[in-house]
Design a binder for this molecule. Structure first.
Ligand code: F3S
Length: 420
């Protein structure tokens, strides 16, 4: 059974009471004797099936998640970002569930997709059988009104949330960026719960939606000039699901993207603060918090551990998807150089960025491929290579597990030296 269906079937009947928690004529539901999420009359109508079977199932899942997490109500969201788009990770069961659900409901707020398992236009011939089912999956999401953006960086492609906006996003690196760099509020949703939130336009009000749950829990004092990908890899391993506060780092948006992605991969970090840089860093007291130093020696030791001596068959860049500035940085390094007989180059970005980076794309494509809509982790990379090299802390963690790769970590410039 699909996780969302399993959760839905656990839900009891809703028994209305006029108690004003949500601020608009609410009613409430119960599971057994336990009070659960208070629902408005409109929400209760949806739960009762008056807006159709799909919306009722979506509402049941949100209420169940709320009950599990002691949420008092649902809260409106500005957007949903839905993972579970690659046929590689969804399989036939996932495809059938999404196709079936697409006949029953549509989203009511801006909703976008995480990367699919392949470039939806250019590189289908690499995986012809896979392609057919992948396109069916994206089509089913599209039928529900979800944009085919297929990126883990929705904030770079026209969906940049504002401070205090409530969201239901599911891609862990995007969740981290939205919470940390932008001060928006989202829990790390599962793919099904983000989809159901998009259909209802609301999510359960708990966790990182509440200001009091956004306070830092550990202070990391960091030596100068440590690459964000390695810092994130290192700290994520130590901090688990706690909220870190960084002291001593200067970091731009691309660095925050990389830092957050790595911490979400080796740990379960959905929010971090950076002194003087992130919007909520000054909102909380740091008194009494544990303090941990991150030194150059710690990071040199980590780099050494992640650097295999093998030769990579390919260099894979773009985890998370590259921004326009990162595309230009790669192009600048490669421009007017002579290609070497080195590994293949695969660069992953959103279709939106690819279409707006014509100069960078033209330069990079003299050396390799610029691939949109997908990434090295959720595509069947294992069918092409056994050993790859990357500069991404998240990809270093996930490629061995999800794409069966031996992985070499190196910084961007060192990797590009191998090919030009
Ligand atoms: Fe994005 Fe794929 Fe990395 S979804 S964060 S490029 S694993």
């Amino acid at each position: 059974m699909n996780p969302s269906e399993a959760a839905v079937t656990q839900l009891g009947e809703c028994h209305a009471e006029d108690v004003d928690v949500a601020g608009s004529s609410p009613a409430c539901g119960t599971i057994g004797a336990k009070d659960i999420v208070y629902l408005t009359r409109e929400e209760e109508r949806i739960l009762d099936g008056e807006e159709g079977e799909g919306s009722a199932k979506a509402m049941k899942l949100l209420v169940t998640i709320g009950e599990i997490n002691d949420a008092q109500k649902l809260i409106p969201i500005k957007s949903a970002q839905i993972a579970g788009v690659s046929y590689k990770t969804m399989g036939d069961a996932g495809l059938e569930f999404i196709e079936d659900f697409s006949k029953k409901a549509e989203v009511v707020v801006k909703s976008t997709l995480n990367p699919a398992g392949m470039d939806l236009s250019d590189y289908g011939s690499e995986y012809p059988e896979f392609r057919k089912k992948q396109l069916r999956l994206v089509e089913a999401y599209s039928k529900m009104g979800i944009e085919r953006s297929c990126t883990c960086t929705p904030y770079l492609v026209g969906n940049r949330p504002h401070l205090d906006d409530h969201l239901a996003w599911s891609e862990s690196s995007a969740v981290s960026f939205a919470n940390s760099a932008l001060g928006a509020r989202t829990n790390r949703e599962g793919g099904p719960s983000a989809l159901m939130a998009g259909i209802i336009g609301k999510t359960s009000y708990y966790g990182l939606h509440l200001k009091e749950n956004r306070a830092p829990e550990v202070i990391y004092k960091v030596d100068k000039d440590i690459p964000p990908a390695l810092l994130g890899y290192h700290v994520g391993n130590q901090v688990g699901g706690k909220i870190p506060y960084f002291n001593g780092i200067k970091i731009n948006n691309d660095g925050m993207k990389s830092l957050g992605a790595a911490m979400a991969a080796t740990g379960a970090v959905a929010l971090y603060h950076v002194e003087g840089m992130t919007p909520e860093a000054a909102d909380f007291s740091l008194e009494g918090l544990e303090k941990v130093d991150v030194t150059r020696e710690d990071i040199d030791e980590l780099r050494d551990r992640l650097t295999l001596r093998d030769k990579p068959e390919a260099i894979v860049l773009g985890c998370p998807h590259l921004s326009s500035m990162e595309m230009e940085r790669i192009a600048k390094h490669l421009d007017k150089k002579k290609p070497k007989d080195g590994p293949e180059l695969r660069v992953y970005t959103s279709r939106w960025v690819k279409e707006r980076s014509s100069h960078a794309v033209a330069v990079i494509e003299k050396y390799g491929k610029v691939i949109a809509d997908t990434c090295m982790v959720v595509s069947p990379l294992e069918e092409l290579y056994g050993t790859v090299a990357t500069d991404s802390g998240k990809a270093v963690e996930y490629l061995p597990k999800l794409a069966g790769q031996r992985v070499i970590y190196a910084d961007l410039e060192s990797l590009l030296e191998l090919i030009a």
